[in-house]
Write a protein that binds this ligand. Structure first.
Ligand code: RUQ
Ligand code: CUA
Ligand code: CA
Length: 646
């Protein structure tokens, strides 16, 4: 369904939610004091666009071009956050074939995430041993960098609900650490740094920046809850190796998305609630919000110098990044660059020169020059707004921007349901008054309402300009109906030519947010573990047995297809049983499972891996523990009998 820019938005021929989003939602916004910017844009959009006409999707679909033949491998990995499913998904591109789902903040009975003792220790437990949280909301996945490009070591992902940062190791593609950030709520944007701001020899990721979207009373202990204007947000820095929180910055306004510069000097976050409103009308009352820059080296000097506070019993040092405390640019830790109306998304160009910050409620993308922000911190640029070098009108509801290797930007337009391709240098010329500069080069309809959009290798200096993925929030009629909850659509777009070409749709289970697209040669995985990595490994079947210490019983066993080392084991009613299982098979892909009926136990052991579970045996009887994962012709026979005596 193509949108007709010659008709007003409310006359567009699309039913249901899209119509609501474009009209009713806007009416609501207008009532709440929506700015001139947006209404002006609506007017402008009613006239045929001067540049970049809309090409109907059907005219550019090129079946076959992107297909990956049976037996062939994809060129790219795409790592995609799973939103409130709490996980991370991996699919291959250009095929769109889903190849793995990594449990992170969710529990997952395929692998036993949240069931095994090892995964529970990573997720975190309450004093009684149960999981501290069973839910999570992953929005942004970003891998570690070396020399401005992905190094294939780690992937960092946020949990918006409980304010946690998780790390996934990319060799095994499993979550290995989770850290809860103190004194924040709504941890949304995250981005690793790309090098150290001071030490030139550190040209890889050592910090991960985390933005808190929801402001809260500090400390949030029940006092001051009625004083919304005093709620505050903290911007956090986590050590990429230890995953400890290094420092936090107290700010005015909130954080949303996060970006980091290629030279390591700055981190940035867009702010849509500089009003510090508690209700959404108030969050839209100002014409200007901001993109907030953090001077990493200065912040760390301030921490070292002890210019810090502590909140709510947390030991993490907090520096003051509020506006009034940072009025002198030469000593400022933070720089607030004014951006029109509730911006969303901040992305840095692959050459490291520019940040694009989308307007969301303003039809513009604001381009900020990295060099000028540094100059502001040196006192050479007077007003923060002077760091803005372009502000093209690109369409309605701009959110996220990806870049190719030719100086072009691709921004998702949520309300227009389009991707707009625009040229950064042309936008800079136009901003300076050059009327001949062609800023918008192309537009393409997507189906429907894109959130994030990202280019292949686009968040690295090796951006290759081949593909753009549009992660759309609504699929509506694109897939077979499956009841009230629809899948979402990821659309693959070829950006190698002048015109964008829609290549394929693939369905993505709710609710993907951001993804990154990594060349496959960067990722080096392992297929077999090493027994020594597990301190509790049962290295020989002879070590198997039942070991009792009072009411606590440890059952050690091994697996080698198609048998467990213990054909049966006996425990007593009321025992706290810990099962330690080591898979002694060394063959790639020879994974076994272990499930115990009526005890809610189910987990996997990969080749040479050890896992353990602890549970109460409280009902006498026979329980057939069996292998859940198809491993052998005698897989069905692969069992052990747990006998619980009265
Ligand atoms: S945000 S749709 Cu959670 Cu990534 Cu912009
Ligand atoms: Cu072991 Cu199936
Ligand atoms: Ca605002």
């Amino acid at each position: 369904m193509s949108q007709d820019h010659t008709k007003p938005l409310d006359a567009q021929p699309d039913p249901g939610r899209r119509k609501f989003l474009n009209t009713a939602a806007f009416a609501g916004l207008a009532g709440a004091g929506l700015s001139v910017g947006l209404s002006a844009c609506k007017q402008e959009q009613q006239a045929p666009a001067a540049t970049g006409t809309v090409t109907p999707a059907s005219a550019v679909q090129e079946a076959g071009h992107h297909e990956v033949a049976p037996g062939q491998l994809d060129d790219y990995y795409s790592f995609s956050s799973g939103g409130h499913s709490g996980n991370v998904r991996i699919y291959g591109l250009p095929s769109g074939r889903e190849i793995k789902c990594i449990p992170v903040f969710n529990t997952d009975c395929l692998v036993g995430w949240g069931i095994t003792n090892e995964s529970k220790a990573i997720i975190g437990t309450k004093p009684d041993g149960s999981l501290k949280y069973q839910t999570g909301d992953t929005h942004h996945v970003h891998p570690s960098y070396t020399d401005g490009t992905y190094d294939g070591k780690y992937l960092f992902v946020n949990d918006k609900i409980h304010g946690r940062l998780a790390r996934v190791r990319l060799d095994t593609m499993e979550t290995d650490k989770i850290t809860e950030l103190p004194n924040i709520q709504g941890f949304h944007g995250t981005f690793p740094d790309k090098r150290d701001p001071v030490d030139a020899s550190i040209n890889h990721t050592t910090r991960v920046f985390c933005g808190a979207e929801f402001s809260i009373p500090l400390p949030n202990d029940g006092a001051g809850m009625d004083k919304g204007e005093e709620y505050r947000s903290l911007f956090s820095c986590v050590d990429a190796e230890s995953m400890e929180v290094r420092w936090q910055v107290l700010i005015d306004g909130n954080c949303d998305l996060v970006a980091s510069s290629y030279d390591g000097k700055l981190a940035a976050t867009n702010q849509y609630n500089t009003e510090m409103g508690v209700h959404y009308e108030n969050m839209m009352s100002a014409e200007w919000d901001a993109c907030l820059f953090f001077n990493v080296a200065r912040i760390e000097e301030a921490v070292k110098a002890g210019k810090v506070s502590y909140y709510g019993g947390s030991k993490v040092p907090v520096v003051d990044g509020r506006k009034e405390a940072n009025a002198d640019p030469k000593t400022a830790l933070t720089c607030y660059v004014p951006i029109p109306k509730n911006p969303h998304g901040v992305n840095i160009s692959p050459d490291g020169k520019y940040y694009a910050c989308s307007g969301k409620l303003s039809p513009t993308a604001t381009v900020i020059a990295h060099e000028l922000v540094l100059k502001w911190f040196d006192g050479e640029v007077k007003e923060p707004r002077e760091t803005v070098v372009a502000e093209p009108e690109i369409g309605l509801g701009p959110l996220h921007t990806g870049f190719d290797n030719k100086g072009n930007a691709y921004t998702t337009l949520f309300l227009d349901s389009q991707i707009v391709k625009w040229n950064v240098e042309a936008a800079i010329k136009a901003y300076k008054g050059d009327k001949t500069a062609t800023v918008v080069l192309d537009r393409i309809d997507v189906h429907y309402q894109p959130g994030h959009g990202f280019t292949s290798m686009g968040e690295t200096k090796d951006s290759d300009g081949k593909y753009f993925i549009s992660d759309n929030k609504f699929s509506k009629d694109r897939f077979l109906p499956v009841g009230p909850l629809h899948a979402e659509t990821a659309q693959l777009i070829d950006i190698s030519g002048d015109k964008m070409k829609l290549l394929s749709d693939h369905s993505v289970l709710s609710e993907p947010h951001d993804s990154i697209v990594i060349r496959r040669d960067i990722i080096k995985t392992r297929q077999v573990y090493n027994l020594d990595e597990f301190p509790n490994a049962v290295k020989d079947p002879k070590e198997s047995g039942v070991f009792r210490e009072g009411k606590k019983v440890t059952v050690k066993l091994t697996s080698q297809a198609p048998a467990y080392s213990l054909r049966e084991f006996t425990v007593k009613k009321g025992d706290e049983v810990t099962i330690i299982l080591t898979n002694l098979d060394k063959v790639e892909d020879l994974t076994h499972g272990f499930a115990i009926p009526k005890h809610d136990i189910n987990f996997l052991v990969n080749p040479q891996e050890t896992k353990s579970v602890t549970f109460k045996a409280d009902t006498p009887g026979v329980y057939w523990c069996y292998c859940t994962h198809f491993c052998h012709a005698l897989h069905l026979e692969m069992r052990s009998r747990m006998i619980v005596e009265a």
